[in-house]
Design a protein around this ligand. Structure first.
Ligand code: AHM
Ligand code: MG
Length: 298
């Protein structure tokens, strides 16, 4: 655990991490038009990487490892953790990021984002060790959602390489009680039968909104209420999304906003990881919808 008195305050370290993320956002956004092509490399999960992924990873890596109180940094695009000094367990945080989530949307010019989890334990750790989480959404405007013990806020981020302007537009984001939208990833023929049955029910109740970037799709759930899933697939029982960089931060944010998240059997935040690149099925949104789904999968 971080001793708040030892470093100017645990909260100040967390805020400094999100200051760093916000400060890089206009620069990342400005660099995207020229970085829609493949970089020619694969990441630790064996997926092809776009030049935009690498650029975002580099900028965020520099900015986050420079924050006082950050002991280690892990990224979806890096095989191993980066030692940022201090050492987790000796009073420093571990920060996990997905630099450009949904980057395959870059080619078709659709939404994507950056996901950030701030853990107060060495990684791999469970999501119960998160002290804050957030994401930047590169949509028609750039927004940043940040969740911590106090709740969930949304900021609009503007600016360029010269500087960043931030305005808080929501201080206490909550999932609406009457859910409106759903978005489920993966090919329908690859879904297990019990998940398909649940999807058939949901189609009668909610409106489909799927954009192919978790950050964008989850932001719709946060805005309108509903459920997002990247399910276990017949040939990929762990689904596609990564626990440390994607599922845990999203589960933390949605839980703070009044919703919940499961892997089908247990709360996402309770899933015990074996390694930082572990994948996990993710079902997240309004409590009633997620609980019904977990019962359907049992
Ligand atoms: P990425 O981090 O490599 O971009 O992959 C994660 C993305 C998620 O944003 C999204 O939910 C999912 O992959 C979409 O996958 P698919 O294209 O198979 O629908
Ligand atoms: Mg991702």
């Amino acid at each position: 655990m971080v001793d708040p008195a030892s470093d100017g305050g645990a909260d100040s370290t967390v805020e400094a991490v999100f200051d760093a993320v916000a400060a890089t956002a206009p620069e990342i956004r400005a660099a995207l038009p020229g970085r829609r092509v493949e970089s020619g490399t694969e990441n630790a999960s064996g997926e092809s990487v776009l030049a935009g992924d690498l650029y975002a990873d580099e900028l965020l890596g520099e900015a986050i490892t420079a924050v006082d109180g950050v002991g280690s940094f892990v990224s979806e695009e890096r095989e191993a953790a980066v030692d940022a000094g201090g050492g987790v367990g000796e009073g420093a945080y571990a920060v996990a990021i997905d630099p450009l989530d949904g980057s395959s949307n870059l080619r078709s010019n659709n939404a994507m984002g950056t996901v950030v989890g701030v853990y107060d334990a060495p990684l791999p750790a469970t999501g119960r060790d998160l002290v804050a989480a957030g994401y930047v959404l590169y949509g028609p405007i750039t927004t940043m959602v940040v969740a911590d013990a106090d709740g969930v806020r949304e900021e609009v981020i503007a600016g360029d390489d010269g500087g960043v302007e931030r305005s808080v537009v929501e201080t206490d984001l909550r999932l609406p009680d009457d859910p409106l939208v759903y978005g489920f990833g993966g090919r329908v023929p690859d879904w297990p039968a019990d998940f398909t049955d649940y999807a058939r029910e949901i189609e009668d109740e909610l409106k489909l909104r799927y954009g192919g970037a978790m950050v964008g799709d989850v932001n719709q759930v946060l805005t309108y209420g509903g459920i997002f899933a990247y399910p276990a697939l017949v040939d990929a029982p762990d689904g596609k999304l990564r626990l440390s960089f994607e599922a845990n931060p999203i589960a933390y944010i949605i839980e703070r906003a009044g919703g919940t998240a499961t892997d089908g059997e247990q709360h996402i935040l309770d899933v015990e990881p074996e390694g930082v690149h572990d994948r996990v099925p993710l079902y997240v949104g309004n409590e009633e919808l997620v609980e019904r789904l977990q019962a359907a999968l049992a």
